[in-house]
Every structure is written in C-alpha cells, then in structure tokens.
Design a protein around this ligand. Sequence first.
Ligand SMILES: Nc1ncnc2c1ncn2[C@@H]1O[C@H](COP(=O)(O)OP(=O)(O)OP(=O)(O)O)[C@@H](O)[C@H]1O
Ligand SMILES: [Mg+2]
Length: 322
Amino acid sequence: MADAFGPASMPVDALVADGLTRCFGERMAVDHVNFSVGRGEVFGFLGPNGAGKSTTARMLTGFLAPTAGRAVVAGFDVAKSPGAARRHIGVVPEEANVYADLTVRQNVLLMAELHGVTKAQRELRCTELLQTFDLTARATQKGRELSKGLRQRLMLCMALVGSPQILFLDEPPSGLDVASTRMIHEVISRMNREQGMTVFLTTHNMEEADQLCHRVAIIDRGRLAAIDTPLALRGRVDSRRSVVVKFSGPGVGPADVLPRPDMEIETLVDGWRVFSPEPGPLAQHIAARTAALGLRIESLNTVSPTLEEVFVSITGGAHGHA
Ligand SMILES: Nc1ncnc2c1ncn2[C@@H]1O[C@H](COP(=O)(O)OP(=O)(O)OP(=O)(O)O)[C@@H](O)[C@H]1O
Ligand SMILES: [Mg+2]
C-alpha cells in the first residue's frame, strides 16, 4: 500500500550510494560518492558535462558495474539482487532508446509487457500516459519519425508505464525545448506529490531543479561538492545577494546614492545591480537617498542568488571536464 511518502514496504532510503566509484582506465569518472535519497524525495543531480552524473545513474540502475562501492535501490543491493532492484525503478536514460520501427503506442505497450503489467491494464495505462504527455495524436507514428523532444516524452511514458516507485531521469545534456522540459517536470512533480514516487533527476536546468527538487547534489569531477536543499545552497552564497535599481528618465550615478564607494556594481541597460549580503537595508538606503535628491525610481528589487550562481561558485563555471 502506498502512503504519502511512497510504498510502505520500501525502506526509508529509496536509494543509497555507498562509496560508489567507477574508473574508465586511468580516469576516475565517479570517485567514492556517498549519498542517500529518501523515499518520496525528488533529488536533483547537477554537475558540468563529464562530471559523472550519468555514470552514477547507470550504476544505481544496474546498467554499469561499480569499480568499488555499493548501490542500494529500494533496500536491494544492485550487484547482488539486480532483478529485485530493477522491479522498483523506471529509467529514462540519457541516450534515446525507443524502438525505431515500432509505433509510439507499440513502444509503450511492449515496455508494459516487459514490466509484467496485465493485458487489460496495459491498454489503459498506455492511453493515459500518451494523453498525459500529449502524444495521443502521435500514437501510430514510428519511433524513428519522432523529434528529440517527442522521443523524450515517449521515453517518459515507457519508464512510467510499470508504475515504478523510483524514477530515474537522465536528461540529455543538449536539452529540450522549454515546453517539453516543463511538461516533463510538471508530470514528475505531480506523480511525486500524488503517488509518493521518488525521483532521481540529472539536469542542467537550474531554475527547474530549484523549483522541483527537495534536495540537490552537485557533482564535480567525479566528487560530490555539495548536497543540500536548494534554499540552503542558495544561502551559501549570500555575498551574491543584490539590489537591482532602475530609474525612470535620467538616472543617478551609484556614487550619489550608495552608502560606500567600494561596493560591487554591475551596470544594466536601464539601471544597475549592487551586491550586498544585506540587500534589505541597502535598498532602504538607496530609496531614501534617491528621494532626497528628488529623483524617481522605476523599480527597486532585492534579489537572492540563483541556484546557477551557487553552481558556478562551487564548480568554478559550467565548463565541462569531459
Ligand atoms: N563508457 C565509457 N568509457 C570511457 N569513459 C567514459 C565512459 N562513460 C563515461 N566516461 C567518462 O566518464 C566521465 C563522466 O561521464 P558522465 O557521462 O558520467 O558525465 P555526465 O556528468 O553525465 O556529463 P553530461 O552532463 O555531459 O551528461 C567523463 O569523463 C566521460 O568521458
Ligand atoms: Mg550525462
């Protein structure tokens, strides 16, 4: 039976990476990584290209053997009980793997059969999922005819048709269009809320990771660099908090309204941005000084750092290491 946090039969940790390590020749692609994902959690796995995200996901899903360490899925050691572990998961791999000669519908039905879904249920689940991912009109189209975004949505249908307790979604590094990404994220967020499905998501979309994930891990050159809630991670770079001020009509120079001359400033088209760990009092100061000078402000906002800024400060930029 499922409760709000997932099936009662599953242990508290849906996933455990215990010293998980993978070498490719001399290269340590994943270097003694430790983390656990609670059941019912949406867990984001972020990192630059080549950081080791897909390699980690492939070890957790049993597609790749670790060089050292252990992957545990729904309480099952993936190396010792691969079949039992796999029964609990649905996987959307990084590379498209739909059958090119089968139709959209046939692909989903085949996957349902492989997952042991009964014949009556198969049709029902398939129709439902195609509707959810706006693929009903494409049901009779062949896999090979689909665009990348449509293929990704089909892979989601295929991963979800067995009603997995844990979904692995390894997003393609080159990304999808905004509408497809949003649709996919909305659906997995809903399934997490309504069915307690646990989600392991690798993504480069920081904004959506921020909104979607309960916790986020940042991996860099095979090592875990940070793991926390998006809120707490953003709090780590308080120095990147800022005030953005825009003027209607001719503006003033920062020197006229800022409390100190040495503040870090970024010039915008119609105003500027000043960095400060305490943007509230700074905004008040700017407003008071501007008013005293008889000038009008168009807008004045305090801005928190984005997850992207955290990512850049931790990894030193979004450059790949592949
Ligand atoms: N089969 C393989 N053989 C050799 N090296 C590999 C193999 N798979 C991955 N690697 C290497 O391991 C490292 C980690 O790769 P991985 O695919 O896990 O990165 P990633 O974080 O998923 O990157 P991306 O954001 O580009 O998807 C890279 O240096 C990559 O070149
Ligand atoms: Mg990858």
